[in-house]
Design a binder for this molecule. Structure first.
Ligand code: PLP
Length: 396
C-alpha cells in the first residue's frame, strides 16, 4: 500500500483527531525511517521522544521477541518475573522508593494525582487536596491530567474539568508561594516544558521550589514523561537540578517506543497505595517490562548520555549561530537532545521543507521547531540534519 492509499484509508475510517503530516511510515532503523513510497528520512522526532535508542534497537527487539514466545499477559492478580526484575532495575537507577506501572504518560500522571491526594488526606486532612501546576504545561489528555495541563486550548470544549488546580507562571517562585494555601497537597512540574516549545526550568527556581515544598510538606511531582530516559543527557532531568522529587512520572522513552508508563514515589509516599486503591490491567505487562529492561541497560551507558549532552551542546551552538544570520529565529533553547528553535511565525512550512529534504522534525506550540533525535546519533548525522534545517529556516 503506498502513501496515498494509506492516507485515503485512514481518512475514511479513523477519527480525525490528529493533524498528521502527509507521510506513511513503514520501517525504521536507528535514526532512520522509510515511508510507504521508499523515501528515507533522518528521524528527529523519534515518536515524540519515545524511541530514545532509535528504531528497532537490536537489544530491545531481542528482549521483546524472547518474551513474546513465553508469556504475554497475566493481569496484576499474579506476580511476573519481568515486572519484578524491571521494577528493581528502575528503582535502583533512581533512589529509595517504589514504582507503579501503567501504559502511558497520562495514566502515570493520573496515578500521581490520586496518590498525592490520598497521601495528603491520610496524613493531613480531607480538604488538603489542591494542586499547583504551571502555565504552558502539558500533562496528558485524560480528565485528571487535563486538569493539570496549563493550556486552555486542550481543555476547551470538554465540559467541566476536575477542579482544585491552580496554574501559575512557569519559573515564578513568588507566584507559587502566593498560590500555596493550607489546602495545597502537591506541585506538578515538567523540568523542561516540552509541548509548549522546550522551555527549560531555571536551576534556582527548582531549588527554591523544592525548598518551599519541603518546608510546607507539599509533594513535589516531576513529570518526566518527555524528559526521562536520557533525553536531556542525564537518565532523568531531576539529576540536573540536584533535587529528589517525591513522585516522578514517566512513559515515552521507557521501553524505547513500546507502550508503557510508570510512576515512582518515595517510600513514605508510596505506602498510601494499599491493595485496591489503584490498578491497570495491562500495567507492567511481561512484554513491556522485558523491553524496558533492555532499554534501561542501553540508555544508562555513560557514552550514550555523554553523546546526548555533547551533541545537544553542539546543536545549540550551531543553531545559535544560525540565529545571528536568520532574523526569523527568535530563540534557541534546549537541554541534551531536547531542543527547540522558536520562530517569529508558525513553523509548519519549515517542517514541510525539512521533510521534503529527508528530515523529520515537528512543530511545538505552532512556532517552535522541536528536535528530538535518538540519543546515539553521530556528529555526521547531526550535521546533516542541521544543514537541512538551516536551509529550511533560511527560506522561511
Ligand atoms: N506529560 C508530558 C510532559 C508529555 O509530554 C506527555 C505527552 O506528550 C504526556 C504527559 C502524556 O503522555 P501520553 O501521550 O503517553 O499520555
Amino acid at each position: 500500500m503506498d502513501t496515498k492509499e494509506t492516507m485515503d484509508m485512514a481518512g475514511k475510517y479513523l477519527t480525525q483527531n490528529y493533524g498528521r503530516q502527509p507521510i506513511a511510515l513503514v520501517k525504521g532503523k536507528r535514526c532512520y525511517v522509510w515511508d510507504a513510497d521508499g523515501k528515507k528520512y533522518l528521524d528527529f522526532v523519534t515518536g515524540l521522544a519515545a524511541g530514545n535508542m532509535g528504531h528497532c534497537h537490536p537489544a530491545v527487539v531481542a528482549a521483546v521477541k524472547k518474551q513474546l514466545g513465553e508469556l504475554w499477559h497475566t493481569s496484576n492478580i499474579y506476580y511476573t518475573q519481568p515486572q519484578a526484575v524491571y521494577g528493581k532495575a528502575l528503582v535502583e537507577s533512581l533512589y529509595k522508593g517504589r514504582v507503579f506501572f501503567c501504559n502511558s504518560g497520562t495514566e502515570a500522571n493520573e496515578a500521581a494525582l490520586k496518590l498525592a491526594r490520598r497521601h495528603s488526606i491520610e496524613n493531613f486532612s480531607k480538604e488538603r487536596v489542591d494542586i499547583i501546576a504551571f502555565e504552558g504545561s502539558f500533562h496528558g489528555r485524560t480528565l485528571g491530567s487535563l486538569s493539570l495541563t496549563g493550556q486552555l486550548k486542550y481543555q476547551q470544549g470538554f465540559g467541566p474539568i476536575p477542579g482544585a488546580v491552580k496554574h501559575v507562571p512557569f519559573g515564578d517562585l513568588e507566584a507559587v508561594a502566593k498560590a500555596v494555601t493550607k489546602k495545597t497537597c502537591a506541585v506538578f512540574i515538567e523540568p523542561v516544558q516540552g509541548e509548549i516549545g522546550v522551555k527549560v526550568a531555571n536551576a534556582k527556581f527548582i531549588a527554591g521550589l523544592a525548598k518551599l515544598c519541603a518546608d510546607k510538606k507539599i509533594l513535589l511531582v516531576f513529570d518526566e514523561v518527555q524528559t526521562g530516559f536520557g533525553r536531556t543527557g542525564k537518565l532523568f532531568a531531576y539529576e540536573h537540578f540536584k533535587v529528589k522529587p517525591d513522585i516522578i512520572t514517566m512513559a515515552k522513552g521507557i521501553a524505547n517506543g513500546f507502550p508503557m508508563g510508570a510512576m515512582f514515589a518515595k517510600e513514605e509516599v508510596a505506602k498510601s497505595l494499599v491493595p485496591g486503591t489503584h490498578a491497570a490491567t495491562f500495567g507492567g505487562g511481561p512484554i513491556a517490562c522485558s523491553g524496558a529492561l533492555a532499554m534501561l541497560a542501553e540508555v544508562k551507558k555513560p557514552e550514550i548520555l555523554e553523546n546526548a549532552r555533547d551533541l545537544g551542546r553542539y546543536a545549540l551552538i550551531r543553531l545559535n549561530g544560525l540565529r545571528q544570520k536568520i532574523k526569523t529565529i527568535k530563540e534557541v533553547r534546549g537541554l541534551g537532545l531536547m531542543i527547540g528553535v522558536e520562530m517569529a511565525h508558525p513553523c509548519a512550512q519549515v517542517v514541510a521543507d525539512c521533510a521534503k529534504n529527508g528530515l523529520l522534525v515537528n512543530c511545538a506550540n505552532q512556532n517552535t521547531v522541536r528536535l528530538l533525535p535518538p540519543l546515539d546519533i553521530t556528529r555526521q548525522e547531526m550535521d546533516r540534519a542541521l544543514s537541512i534545517l538551516g536551509k529550511a529556516l533560511a527560506s522561511s
